[in-house]
Design a binder for this molecule. Structure first.
Ligand code: SAH
Length: 339
């Protein structure tokens, strides 16, 4: 028997082809799409404008993926909601919902675990388990919207996992988002630790998303000491790819810089960062590092001073507001605690 198709991972066009292959008219695919993505039903039997016979054939050929809330933490300070979701194979991922002045933003996971091994990150501590499917990325949004009653305006691929290490499924997911009348790819950011080959591939697709680069250090020596990926693609290669991304897409790169006490928060590092980014049309997002249980790193005490140094050096920098401080929003920590 052939495996059933994960229907929520199909784009509208793919769904049309599948439905036509069953000998059905194209408008049936639109009806099904509406049940799945507008009414968001979870069972073929509820698709009441389809014949019982067609519904049976759908059940034979497709399945509707779902995810369950395993844990929900709500911040008393700023309404941030952190979800631990259970996937259909009982693996877990995290999703965070945040309120900003300009709307609601959701941070979704792209893999169960991570291979990248960044020293300060909880998501990678127990290694990599598997990639998420497009439907599992989508369902983090659908379930969080349903549970919270909030409408999501911005999406960041910044949860557990390295999105460019799950390239095909992430692109599928972005294509699903592109089809939504109330979502624009300009409202989506993808964060990567710097898989250079994939950055070039992504640039060619000209999707209009914002690319965030987890830089965290301006020299190879320092970066390699906290991010193993730097031994595969060094900073010069990464910068070349970033310039290419900007030249090809016209989208300004956002660099993330997690400030760690005594590691990368001194004047020498700021000067090296200014030199590295000078002349690039970019933005630096400074994040006081979240201390994790397994780690030795502590939050920097000179975040504002570091920002001032960058700004005086002509680099556009802001400090990311800390959200959900009372619910420990450090990425990957909730899943780790559950294990
Ligand atoms: N793998 C991707 C996306 C997931 S991590 C990436 O590396 O970009 C999302 C962001 O959180 C990255 O910038 C990552 O470096 C950062 N991050 C991970 N652990 C952190 C911690 N303990 N404190 C602050 N930022 C952290």
């Amino acid at each position: 028997m052939t495996e059933k198709i994960d229907i929520l991972s199909l784009s509208r066009g793919e769904l049309q082809s599948e439905i036509e292959a069953l000998g059905e008219k194209k408008f049936r695919a639109d009806q099904i799409y509406d049940w799945l993505h507008v009414k968001k039903i979870t069972d073929f039997s509820k698709m009441t404008n389809l014949s019982a016979q067609l519904r049976e054939r759908l059940v034979e050929r497709f399945w509707i993926n779902s995810i369950k809330i395993k844990k929900r933490l709500v911040s008393d300070i700023d309404n941030t909601v952190k979800y631990l979701y259970e996937l259909s194979d009982a693996e877990h991922v995290e999703t965070v919902l945040m309120e900003y002045k300009h709307g609601n933003s959701i941070c979704i996971s792209s893999q169960v675990g991570c291979k990248m091994g960044c020293k300060f990150c909880a998501s990678t501590k127990a290694g990599y388990v598997r990639d998420l499917t497009a439907s599992e990325m989508l369902l983090q949004i659908y379930e969080s919207e349903k549970d919270s009653g909030r409408r999501i305006d911005h999406i960041v691929l910044m949860g557990i996992g390295e999105p460019l290490d799950n390239f095909d499924n992430v692109i599928k997911f972005l294509r699903l988002m592109e089809e939504k009348p109330d979502m624009s790819l300009r409202h989506i950011s993808l964060s990567t630790c710097g898989l250079v080959d994939r950055i070039y591939e992504l640039a060619e697709l000209k999707l209009g998303i914002t690319l965030s680069i987890s830089l965290h250090a301006p020299t190879d020596e320092l970066r390699s000491s906290i991010m193993p990926i730097n031994d595969r693609y060094n900073i010069a290669e990464l910068m070349k790819a970033c310039r290419y991304y900007f030249d090809t897409t016209g989208r300004r790169i956002s660099y993330e810089f997690a400030l760690i006490d005594g590691v990368n928060d001194n004047k020498q590092t700021a000067d090296a960062l200014i030199k590295l980014l000078k002349g690039q049309n970019c933005h630096v997002n400074l994040i006081p590092v979240n201390a994790i249980k397994e780690g030795v790193f502590k939050k920097s005490r000179s975040v504002e001073a570091f920002k001032e140094m960058l700004c005086q050096g002509g680099i556009n920098a802001t400090v990311r507001r800390t959200l959900g401080a009372d619910i420990n929003a450090a990425c990957g920590q909730l899943r780790r605690d559950n294990q």
